[in-house]
Ligand binder design. Structure first.
Ligand code: MTE
Length: 325
């Protein structure tokens, strides 16, 4: 997410880390965006885009809003949330996933849940969609790169699926493995990460009601570039913990390896809780830019501890969060 490995092995920082999006996207594209917005109005553009998605494979999902777990903040537009993405299996630039992820096949799709469980199971995606009542939850997502979005996800607490398999007493951590198929994912040709993309949570984190197994957003199934057909959303952690297109959930006794920690252990810790007091080695984490609030004069927002999800603080009581970053 944050550096490209050049052929000679030197790490190149991404322009997107350090430059405002209008510069990063390119001046011409930015001007075109402004012109289009002025011409049709962003609301109309947004509707047209959603319409286009609806005409494809997008299936609407009936879900009840979980108001207690949802923020009232203004939502990021569907267009921004589905076209400014990190999904390295489809390329490392923010615009690559929306361009390339049409090759992802999301049916048939199964997720295997095994390891330290009494009842291992392989579930079809259509079963997963019906395993528990679908909720809409509007969560803030804070990327480690310093930007954030507010997205209405559709899904249910991850704990629903974990309880089904009856974890044994040895289940201390959960490992999430995502699809790595070279035929579908052009980004796998690049050695930017050690594929497959793997993430992990401690068992109590995974069982926390806020940890969401998401199957949709904005009332529809997930667009491929957002991690179809099923992904994780852990709103109090940096976005890279929220693994996309999951194929296996394994309960384990030891802390699992994770793709980003393997790639740069001093930069991406296992916990990766949003924390304005612990800077990334190469930049501050004190503030963030809300996607959609563009412009050189737009003030950045203060980043909140645990991304504002204070209800998880007790999971970490007594831990030195500078050490366990
Ligand atoms: N999951 C996979 N499989 N591959 C990825 O490259 N990127 C992560 C995360 N999940 C990533 C992934 C990062 S860095 C972020 S910020 C979020 O997905 C972005 O999710 P979004 O595109 O839906 O906003």
């Amino acid at each position: 997410m944050l550096f490209k490995r050049s052929p000679n092995g030197i790490d190149l920082p991404y322009s997107s880390e350090i430059t405002p999006r209008e510069v990063y996207e390119g001046r011409r594209q930015f001007i075109a965006r402004i012109a289009a917005t002025a011409a049709v109005g962003s609301g109309v553009w947004e509707m047209a885009n959603r319409e286009a998605f609806a005409q494809g494979s997008a299936q609407r999902l009936a879900a009840t809003r979980n108001a207690g777990l949802s923020t009232q903040e203004q939502q990021t537009s569907f267009k921004d949330a589905s076209s400014y993405n990190n999904y390295y299996e489809f390329g490392t630039d923010k615009g690559d996933p929306v361009e390339n992820a049409h090759t992802l096949r999301t049916r048939p799709w199964t997720v295997t849940i095994d390891g330290e469980v009494k009842k291992p199971v392989t579930l079809d995606i259509d079963r997963i969609l019906k395993l528990a009542p679908l909720e809409e939850r509007v969560y803030r997502l804070r990327c480690v790169e310093g930007w954030s979005m507010v997205i209405p996800w559709v899904g249910y607490s991850l704990s629903n699926i974990l309880k089904q398999v009856e974890p044994t007493g040895n289940a201390k951590y959960v490992e999430f493995t995502t699809l790595a198929d070279r035929r579908q994912m052009p980004g796998l040709r690049s050695p930017v990460l050690d594929w497959p993309y793997v993430e992990g949570l401690r068992m109590d984190e995974a069982m926390h009601p806020l940890a969401l197994l998401a199957v949709g957003m904005y009332g529809q199934v997930l667009p491929n570039q957002n991690g179809a057909p099923v992904r994780l959303i852990v709103p109090w952690k940096y976005g890279f913990k929220s693994a996309k297109s999951i194929v296996r959930i394994r309960l384990v006794s030891r802390q699992p390896r994770t793709a980003w920690n393997d790639s740069a252990p001093n930069e991406y810790g296992f916990y990766s809780n949003v924390n304005p007091n612990v800077d990334h080695p190469r930049w501050s984490q004190a503030t963030e830019r809300r996607i959609g609030e563009d412009g050189f004069f737009q003030r950045k927002r203060k980043t909140l501890m645990f991304n504002g999800y204070d209800q998880v603080a007790s999971l970490y009581s007594g831990m030195d969060l500078k050490k366990f970053f």
